[in-house]
Design a protein around this ligand. Structure first.
Ligand SMILES: [Zn+2]
Ligand SMILES: [Zn+2]
Length: 243
């Protein structure tokens, strides 16, 4: 997926420039602590595991296996719709499923053991979007596969969806002190997602589960958005649970 790899690098570089102009944490340089570790996560999670899991899922659960169910539910119409409509429907449906799974990752202690890797960043920037346990890719790709296969989307819609959710993920993790006005009700952002990563000693836990769209948190009452940005990010290293 060369176009996706090019997008990864270009969007990362653009955000790195923006982070120099409007930093949330001005003392945090480009080569901040654990920069090398997160580059490894980026390469491993985005390029290696993502591709392997996609191959594994399509081999073990080919779309033809789901066709009888699709026909039964008469859900075949979406693949014939315009690309923009397919992309929006896929993006919203998979984002809601991922929002639910993200909730579970915080509330079920066995799942938190995997998800706490993502919360271990103490210096966040766009690259922190890629710090997570490979098991999370297995879970999230399978979640994406359900609406994509059941509703019959095109590969182009799935690609558009991956580009938009990665762009929002990079932006939400970026070291940026920016506010996005009324868009905070629609899309995830640094002002919202840094509070998701707040250290247990510096703010409430288990808020702002948004991945791409913010409105799930506003709808279900899990928003926490004070005027300031959090003072400290990360998890407790002194306890096994990290909390
Ligand atoms: Zn989380
Ligand atoms: Zn995050």
């Amino acid at each position: 997926m060369l176009p996706y790899s090019i997008f990864l690098v270009v969007s990362g570089l653009l955000l790195s420039v923006a982070e120099r102009f409007w930093p949330r944490e001005p003392r945090q340089g480009f080569f901040r602590r654990e920069f090398g570790l997160d580059v490894l996560y980026l390469f491993f999670n985005a390029e290696v595991v993502g591709a392997l899991v996609a191959i594994w899922i399509t081999r073990t659960l080919p779309p033809e296996a789901i066709l009888p169910l699709r026909n039964l539910l008469e859900l075949n119409g979406l693949a014939a719709q315009p690309l923009w409509l397919q992309t929006i429907v896929l993006l919203v449906s998979k984002d809601f499923l991922q929002w639910l799974v993200h909730n579970l990752m915080h509330r079920v202690s066995a799942l938190w053991q995997f998800h706490k890797t993502h919360h271990s960043s103490t210096n966040m920037d766009w690259l922190s979007n890629w710090r997570f346990h490979w098991f999370e890719i297995v879970v999230y790709q399978m979640v994406l596969y359900v609406p994509a296969t059941l509703l019959g989307f095109s590969a182009e819609a799935a690609f558009g969806c991956a580009i938009i959710s990665t762009a929002v993920g990079h932006f939400a993790h970026a070291n940026l002190r920016v506010r996005i006005g009324f868009l905070k009700y629609i899309v995830n952002s640094p002002e919202m997602h840094t509070w998701h990563h707040v250290h247990p000693d510096a703010g409430p836990q288990d808020r702002n589960f948004a991945i791409t769209f913010a409105f799930w948190d506003w709808l279900f009452g899990t928003v926490y958005l004070p005027a300031e940005f959090p003072k400290r990010l990360g998890i407790r290293l002194t306890s096994a649970a990290g909390r």
